[in-house]
Design a protein around this ligand. Sequence first.
Ligand code: G4P
Length: 525
Amino acid sequence: MDFIDEIKRRRTFGIVSHPDAGKTTLTEKLLLFGGAIQEAGAVKSNKIKKTATSDWMEIERQRGISVATSVMAFEYREHQINILDTPGHQDFAEDTFRTLTAVDSVIIVIDAAKGVEPQTKKLMQVCRMRKTPVIVFVNKMDRPAQDPFDLMDEVEKQLEIKVRPLSWPINNGQFFKGVYNIYNNNLVLFRANEKLTENNSVLFSDINDPELEEFIGDDALHLRSDLDLIEGVYPSFDLHSYLDAKVAPVFFGSALNNFGVKELLDCFVDIAPFPRPIETLERTVQPDEEKFSGFVFKIHANMDPNHRDRIAFVKITSGKFERNKNYLHVRHDKWMKFSSPTAFMASKKSIIDEAYPGDIVGLHDTGNFKIGDSLTEGDKLHFKGLPSFSPELFQYIENADPMKSKQLAKGIEQLMDEGVAQLFTGRASNRKIIGTVGALQFEVIQYRLLHEYSASCRYEGIRLYKTVWITSNDKKKLEEFIERKYQQMAFDKEGRNVFLADTPYALQMAQEKFPEIQFHFTSEF
Ligand code: G4P
């Protein structure tokens, strides 16, 4: 297969959802289709127990295992599918956002009874910012569900994207009969716990065919009028609108029953994008360029405290990656080669000789990499679109053992490089503030500092709503702002100016009073 075909057959995506909507179950069914796992439960057992309240020991235990589920690759219909795991429970962290910077598209799972939930909204913001194409899967149709038209309205409103149903449910809960697959014009009848090989679809090119009643009884009437309404209300499916992230195709089903999943996967393989051009500060990188390039989007630390080595996950953006070839670590201006790059075929890790755009390779790292680093064949490229997001939870971090201040500083620095959390330093106080998006990260940091760096820290509460990066074209105004707000100013890890807004009101006032200042909610502007 030639290089271009290798690129075109790749589909690298993430599945996002609010906890419990069915992301793990859907992932598992997709892996079953790809033959990547043989039995249900294989992914589930890797998941952090939801019942564990604030159980960070569990996170530690899972950290080792979750390397394997970070990327789940499999082949389906001659396509190479790479699913990137987006942790979503107690382990919800900046990591989850970052992973979305490495996907080419996203599948959003929504619980048919609960509709759009908060974490989904947050993750969708990242997709919107990056113009990532999304497909929506409405799950749990075997349970009592909301009216599908209401759900569509909710998705449009809450996720701020137009929708286009490509399948439509026939009733729900105990009366659930199946879905009409609009994409393929066939009726797919519901049977619980569908076997993969069973064919339960009936071709219905004409929905007015009276035979429809034989299959779904009185629901045929509803289905016909629903489909009429769909054609009237929603514009017909347009691939470009989907690829431009303007419209989200929608599928319905029940992941647990493996129902509607094949329809989703078949359509996904047809329409989801292969790796696309990507922006760097210097230029646009085309995936089919001959020379290799890639960026680090995730760093995974070893669990063993005696070995501080890590795995850096690199998304390949152009060219072919080859084992033992010299590549430039752009930030360090240093050539490096990798003798044991790994690929992730479902739960197995294996050393690979080559990889293509869209693929993720895991590189053994002794502390050279940080998130956002680029690796090339000599081009000095800096990838855009890997920002830090304003965290939501904050605490002062203090040294609890004066004899170990060096260890603490090193530990904090390395953990921040990994993207576990963000560090800000108060301008006036010089105090260090840790910001995270998930509460558990504070405990994880404390635990890891102690076990990996022999440093102890303690936290102290701080009243803070958001950290906002500030810039201005007017240097004088910027200085004036900094002077006026000196007590609330801090530096981020790269030394950029950050405003510490203690309440939404304070932020709003600052925005109103200082129109010459730009307030940024991500670190990339
Ligand atoms: P998540 O990764 O998004 O958090 O969700 P997960 O797949 O773990 O699913 C959450 C719960 O919802 C699980 O039940 C799962 O079995 C159930 N579920 C997923 N898809 C469907 C579906 O289509 N229909 C129905 N009725 N249930 C579904 P649990 O009791 O929390 O876990 P388990 O004991 O079944 O493992």
